[in-house]
Write a protein that binds this ligand. Structure first.
Ligand SMILES: Cc1ncc(COP(=O)(O)O)c(C=O)c1O
Length: 397
């Protein structure tokens, strides 16, 4: 069978750049030791890449360059979001989130609401898939401690107006956090200019690193309580987890292979001309896909009327089939990998009314996709739409 056409880059980007694979192997073979500030040469070398990456990602996200220690590494966005939500909210606090959130925000919040006396409001998005800053302002209460927003929807692909939402939060004296899982590495982010106080990222999507690495940046005026404790490699006689950053939010031996992957992926992103150049390529293909799908009878796409402030993620359905059936046909009959179902974002599907057909079929274009991949995807959906039509006709006889 022909080569797999991979259009599931919103789940994880694949393949990674060749230089990332190579660097990971070389780094782990040559320097795969526990990083340490006062150790032997290799431990210092491993520590240097970790500290240099903190500086580099602080700059990449527009954090405070004088405070790179506030870039803390963890396993992924879910890990970082749990640290943020559990470490900022206490009984009696109110949190504002949106219907665009991933379960890695919804579930930690719901646990606090059920078990710890926290209150929450989930703000709906408008018909085009955007959360309006005014709607966030209207949801803020005197006890609101945190507003948390999914920067780029992993279902609809819409990019939220975080600078305007950040202004609302600053005017109300409320902390503002974003889940940058889908935007990091795809569009520029400037925490300072956008009034973002805390940012969670994952390494294996647009940042083009491996799985198992992610983290958060916490601006210097914010303090997140540590909700775990353990080894930090420094001040071992102290009986509690350290309060200073990055140790405050890092626990145990870091994923150094993941750190190496992110380091080399940053070099690759620079080599491509930066995230803006990568995004331009992805959006050219996205336009081709949306235009092609728009020509097919029985196909519905969601929130793609304009591709302004949009990622290369497009969700659609074919009338007459459940989303999962379409995904299976794309996979088995056409060797095209997509993601079907609710995409860990049930509130999005509730709001767009796709729960009853079990969600949607998501195409997520990455930097290694080509026009030929998109042509093949459009032709495959066209054929599936014909099958759906024939089936509906024969069952109505
Ligand atoms: C918007 C969003 N938030 C959070 C996550 C969780 O990312 P990870 O699985 O890397 O923790 C994802 C991943 O699909 C996502 O799309």
């Amino acid at each position: 069978m022909d080569e797999l056409i991979y259009l599931d880059n919103a789940a994880t980007s694949w393949p990674k750049p060749d230089r990332v694979y190579k660097f990971m192997i070389d780094f782990y073979r040559g320097c795969g030791v526990n990083p340490g500030r006062s150790g032997f040469d290799k431990a210092i070398e491993a520590g240097n890449i970790l500290e240099d990456l903190r500086k580099r990602l602080t700059r990449f996200f527009g954090g405070d360059e004088s405070a790179p220690q506030r870039l803390c590494f963890g396993y992924n966005a879910t890990d970082a979001l749990n640290l943020i939500i559990q470490g900022l909210l206490s009984s009696g606090d109110h949190v504002v989130a949106t219907n665009l959130e991933h379960n890695s925000v919804i579930r930690p919040i719901n646990h606090l609401v059920r078990d710890s006396g926290v209150e929450a409001t989930f703000v709906p998005f408008n018909a085009d898939g955007f959360v309006e800053p005014e709607a966030i302002a209207a949801a803020i209460r005197p006890n609101t401690r945190l507003v948390i927003v999914n920067h780029g929807s992993n279902v609809l692909g819409t990019v939220q107006p975080v600078a305007a939402i950040g202004r609302v939060c600053r005017d109300h004296g409320v902390l503002f956090a974003i889940d940058a899982s889908q935007t990091a590495g795809h569009i520029p982010i400037d925490m300072l200019a956008m009034n973002i106080d805390v940012l969670a990222f994952t390494g294996h999507k647009g940042l083009m690193g491996s799985t198992g690495i992610g983290g958060l940046y916490v601006r210097p005026h914010v303090d997140i309580r540590h909700t775990r404790a353990g080894g930090t490699g420094v001040r071992s006689a102290y009986p509690y987890h350290l309060d200073e950053y990055p140790y405050r939010l890092e626990f145990g031996t870091p994923n150094m292979v993941g750190i190496a992957s992110l380091w080399e992926a940053q070099n690759w992103i620079d080599e491509q001309g930066g995230v803006t150049a990568i995004h331009a390529h992805e959006m050219e293909l996205t336009k081709k896909l949306v235009d092609g799908l728009g020509e097919i009878e029985g196909v519905t796409t969601y929130c793609c009327r304009s591709l302004q402030n949009h990622l290369s993620t497009v969700t659609m359905n074919v009338e007459g089939f459940d989303a999962a059936d379409v995904g299976i046909m794309l996979d088995v009959d056409f060797n095209i990998a997509t993601r079907t179902g609710l995409h860990c974002a049930p509130l999005v599907h509730e709001q767009i009314g796709t729960m009853k057909i079990h969600g949607g079929v998501r195409f997520a274009i990455g930097p290694f996709n080509t026009e030929a991949h998109i042509d093949a995807a459009i032709a495959a959906v066209d054929e599936i739409a014909v099958r759906a039509h024939d089936r509906m006709m024969s069952s109505s006889k």
